[in-house]
Design a protein. Structure first.
Length: 652
């Protein structure tokens, strides 16, 4: 028996090397992948140290041996666009990859406006989604992963998907519209690698090496490396959040009453009235932290009894629970997503129906964001839900609940977790939509963003890798007088980044939304990025690809004459009339609104109140009203200031 046990143990020990000898590929290298054309094809993976393997692709055979760390790599000569192809890797195990394309691969990165999927804009683009049947456009979603201790070699999950009306809902919307434009132009397969995280600042995407020029950010990253630091803060914040919401839940009479306030039997005739949409800080309830309930009635004909419907409740700050006839039909846990709820069959009834909304506000101003969609869509038509609602305060909390620490936003983490695993994969370029999270430090962005570009180019080792980005759109309420704006300063930093070679900027100052940090017009953003790609990445010459960019100024009497690059076909004021959103200042630095007149590729700016003008600003505001300067191609001029201007920009 003893010898039998020894033989069994020996057999198991012999099996261990065989198990560890299985060749493994990174997540990016798999079925349906898109490989970058006209670049050496770099393929890699892992195996047992010293294990040999053979790779077969397009009639080529390459052999490799895993090094002492178990890593192997193979490089194949550049290939032209084409496919689908198959690839086989043979070792102690055999891997066969199918449906491989060779084309152009783009990293799509940044924060929520790049992460925002087609699903979020499906009501705006139903025909685009229905027609999104294109096996040559593919998408790889990189899961949100952050690490502080070291760059990761692989991703925890991910796979390639070809565009279909169903799968495209998961694609980055900006990326898909960008890819569609380029595919329609060149008919070359396109792979989108979507590595983006909502709310992320630029420093989260920079490597430890790149952060050396920013000591404060590097210190913050190193602090997160400390054992137990992240876990202890998470535990403390989770306990505080649990206690806050437990009290809200326990003390809310709207939940504990019999019947609860969501029930249609509740008599709300004595409840006060508030006009929605709006914020209750501006109405009778005042600045309430906690819970406020809202109710209203609507009537339906007999023919709609039991029929399904769609409920749109715009945007609500912060979280909400929506009930129809006492049944919860939807909830959203934070303020940014649009409220789009499906009312199941059997909920609606003939005649009187009751809609109740429980809103929980943990910090700031609670309420229903104006200028959004508030309606019930039925088979018989639309019921407008704007107007008078009954309301009642449920719980008043004495203290706000601050947002938790989002460690994925800390410096270095997203680079290590989401970019480092990609940097060995050949790409055509990068499209980037980010900056909102850095508006509190706009001047720093002038060096931080170029440092990010240089950092990525260094790690990809592809020279002047095309890097295309979106300038921040208009957002928040317009102001009647010229003033300071951190969003304008951030846009200025983005404009200055055009000094970096092989960069291009899509101006979006005309397609934002005052009440939504996530504007829905992603099609035009993608189109403008694609125009920049056609020039920067593909070298098209005869192309109006950028809006007018300020070049220089000259003082002539009481006027300042501005000249512009990219005034293709001449400057124009969209909608006719004179160009707006110009301001001018004298030596005191106080800006006043100015008049402006277009003369070819120049604009003359003046104000009767300024005898000796010194500087001009254009569209210098969070949401500049009247910013209508563009070129004959309809591309808008980038906001700018002539103050401390370093001598112009080079936009390619």
């Amino acid at each position: 028996m003893k010898s039998l046990r020894h033989l069994t143990l020996l057999f198991l020990l012999m099996c261990i090397p065989l198990a560890s000898a299985q060749v493994r590929l990174p997540r990016l290298i798999g079925d349906g992948m898109v490989l970058q054309r006209e670049l050496p094809l770099h393929l890699w993976g892992w195996a047992a140290p010293g294990e040999s393997l053979t790779l077969h692709f397009l009639g080529m055979t390459r052999r490799a041996t895993a090094d002492a760390q178990g890593r192997w790599q193979v490089t194949l000569p550049p290939q032209k666009a084409g496919g689908p192809y198959a690839m086989e890797i043979v070792a102690s195990n055999r891997i066969t990859l199918q449906n491989i394309l060779v084309g152009d691969v783009w990293i799509c990165s940044g924060q929520s406006n790049m992460a925002l999927p087609m699903e979020r804009v499906k009501e705006r683009y139903p025909e685009v989604i229905a027609g999104a049947e294109n096996p040559a456009i593919r998408h790889f979603f990189v899961p949100m992963v952050y690490h502080f201790k070291e760059p990761q070699r692989d991703l925890p999950s991910g796979h390639w998907e070809a565009a279909t009306p169903r799968s495209v809902l998961n694609f980055t919307a900006v990326g898909y519209f960008f890819a569609r434009e380029l595919y329609n132009r060149y008919h070359v397969p396109i792979g989108l690698i979507n590595a983006s995280v909502g709310g992320s600042p630029a420093e989260a995407w920079i490597s430890a090496e790149g952060l050396k020029a920013f000591p404060d950010h590097l210190t913050a990253a190193l602090q997160c490396r400390s054992d137990g630091y992240v876990d202890s803060i998470r535990a403390e914040e989770q306990a505080r959040s649990d206690a806050w919401y437990a009290r809200v839940q326990k003390e809310d009479p709207g939940l504990t009453a019999a019947p609860p306030w969501s029930d249609p039997r509740v008599d709300d005739s004595a409840w006060p009235v508030m006009t929605l949409p709006g914020f209750w800080a501006d109405a009778a309830p005042g600045p309430v932290l906690g819970v406020v309930w809202f109710r209203r009635e609507f009537t339906l004909p007999d023919s709609l009894a039991g029929c399904p419907a769609r409920l749109f409740l715009g945007r609500i700050v912060d979280s909400d629970f929506a009930y129809i006839n006492g049944r919860c039909v939807g909830m959203t846990s934070y303020q940014y997503p649009p409220r789009r709820y499906t009312v199941p069959a059997g909920v609606l009834q003939a005649g009187r129906n009751t809609l109740a909304v429980r809103v929980v506000n943990k910090i700031g101003r609670g309420g229903f964001v104006p200028d959004k969609r508030y309606e019930l869509i039925t088979a018989a038509g639309t019921i407008d839900l704007q107007g008078s609602w009954r309301y009642r305060v449920g719980v008043v909390m004495e203290t706000p609940l601050p947002d938790p620490t989002f460690f994925q936003w800390k410096p270095l983490g997203l680079y290590n977790g989401m970019i480092a695993p990609l940097a060995s994969y050949g790409i055509k370029g990068v499209i980037w939509y980010q900056g909102e999270a850095n508006t509190s430090r706009p001047a720093e962005y002038r060096t931080l963003f170029p440092a990010l570009i240089a950092d990525w180019r260094r790690h990809w080792q592809q020279g002047s890798l095309p890097f295309l980005y979106v300038q921040l759109p208009n957002f928040m309420e317009s102001r009647p007088e010229p003033g300071e704006s951190r969003w304008a300063e951030l846009r200025f930093s983005q404009l200055q980044s055009l000094m970096v070679p092989k960069t291009g900027m899509a101006v979006a100052i005309d397609i934002g939304e005052w009440n939504d940090i996530h504007p829905l017009n992603k099609e035009e953003v993608g189109r403008r990025l694609a125009l920049a790609a056609r020039r920067i990445a593909f070298g098209e010459k005869k192309l109006a690809w950028s809006g007018p960019l300020y070049r220089a100024m000259k003082v002539q009497g009481n006027r300042i004459v501005l000249t512009f690059d990219h005034a293709d076909g001449g400057l124009v004021a969209r909608g006719g009339g004179a160009p707006g959103a110009f301001a001018v200042c004298g030596a005191d630095g106080k800006f006043v609104w100015a008049k402006a007149e277009i003369r070819g590729d120049k604009v003359e700016v003046w104000s009767e109140a300024i005898v000796r003008p010194v500087a001009v600003r254009y569209a210098w505001a969070d949401n500049p009203a009247g910013a209508n300067l563009c070129n004959a191609a309809g591309l808008p001029a980038a906001p700018f200031t002539t103050e401390s201007w370093p001598g112009g920009v080079r936009a390619e």
